[in-house]
Design a protein around this ligand. Structure first.
Ligand SMILES: [Fe+2]
Ligand SMILES: [Fe+2]
Length: 355
């Protein structure tokens, strides 16, 4: 998180500010249209790629690159009009939006952005008149409390550390391949354990999972057979408040995918709780001989059982894992979860699919 002073060559002239306000107030006159986001930004209106915003996006590119110390690619601009009570709920940004320059166009009351920093605390920053806030919104959770003023006009300029995200005005890329790799010959038996969730995110998962309706897990072919599997699950991939987890699991799995497996699609996210006496016998995730396209599996450990509940990969034995870590493996590799003797084991599982 840092500030960029909008002075001299980095100046935004009054006409630019007026134009952004016009786009938000009378979008049809300015060739734009409104978008709303009731889930994450209630009581606000947005406009994608306002004309002046796109000009400023390119004008600021060298300054933002210099501040970050990396080559960056412009992605898009986004303007937002916030009414009294409008807020920005806790989130982090979608793939491709690595760096955001947040510029205050006009507002009649202060409105700080709160960022959850590496030290585990929330810190407040304000993008005042000529001081823009530059943040790595892709890595840091952020939010704004309900706005107490009458109106606030904001402009966001988004930059990526990789090419390929420009020309993508909305959320088209969210669940699409963003680390495409050429397919190689599949590896028969393999796995990787990688870091996936922070302590803060683990707590959030446990807290949010209280609101889920869990039901008995089934196998694709066998249906409900408690001799194969006993655990409680909920599919969460379609729930907006869990979307960040789909995004994180997909990204983690694709980054760990050294096998060159085609994992461009996704097939649901499952939140699973194993209580005492629960288990999942040896199986693989890809139902061979069907049109199942599951190619890569990821299982993130959210809570470890007090006793038992170890994850085993066929041929490698029990794999020690800590909460926050995820195990990634080709979907055809056999695995199991040992019987839980005491306590509860929570995990989030996602399958990625070939195209
Ligand atoms: Fe954001
Ligand atoms: Fe499995």
């Amino acid at each position: 998180m840092q500030y960029i002073e909008l002075t001299r060559e980095k100046h935004i002239v009054g006409a630019d500010r007026s134009s952004i306000k016009m786009c938000l107030k009378w979008p049809s006159r300015m060739g734009c249209h409104h978008v709303v986001d009731e889930q994450f930004a209630p009581n606000t209106l947005g406009v994608y790629k306002p004309k002046v915003g796109e000009q400023l996006l390119h004008r600021f590119l060298p300054h933002v690159s210099e501040a970050v110390g990396k080559k960056l690619w412009p992605v898009n601009s986004f303007a937002r009009l916030v009414y009294k009570g409008g807020e920005l709920r806790m989130h982090y940004d979608r793939p491709g939006l690595d760096w955001t320059l947040s510029i205050n166009i006009w507002r009649d009351h202060s409105w700080t952005i709160e960022v959850h920093d590496d030290d585990g605390n929330w810190h407040s920053f304000e993008d005042l008149g000529d001081r823009a806030v530059l943040m790595n919104g892709r890595k840091q959770w952020h939010r704004r409390q309900p706005f107490k003023g009458r109106e606030a006009y904001q402009l966001f300029l988004h930059y990526s550390e990789q090419p390929g995200f420009e020309g993508d005005p909305e959320f088209k890329l969210d669940y699409k391949p963003f680390f495409p790799k050429p397919p190689k010959a599949p590896v028969a038996q393999s796995y990787k354990v990688v870091d996936c969730l922070s302590d803060f995110e683990l707590e959030k998962c446990l807290k949010d999972s209280m609101a889920l309706t869990l039901e008995a897990g089934t196998m694709t072919r066998e249906g409900l057979d408690t001799s194969v599997r006993k655990s409680e699950i909920a599919f969460v991939g379609h729930l907006p408040e869990w979307r960040w987890l789909s995004d994180r699991l997909a990204m983690t799995a694709r980054e760990a995918n050294d096998w060159g497996i085609d994992a461009s699609g996704i097939n649901g996210v499952q939140y699973t709780t194993y209580g005492p006496g629960s288990f999942f016998n040896m199986h693989n995730d890809r139902a061979e001989g069907t049109d199942d396209r599951r190619s890569l599996s990821i299982s993130a450990l959210i809570r470890n059982a007090d006793e038992g509940g170890e994850f085993e990969i066929d041929g490698f034995g029990k794999i020690p894992m800590k909460p926050g870590q995820a195990i990634v493996f080709p979907a055809w590799v056999k695995h199991r979860v040992h019987n839980i003797e005491a306590g509860y084991r929570d995990s989030a599982v996602m399958w990625l699919e070939n195209s």
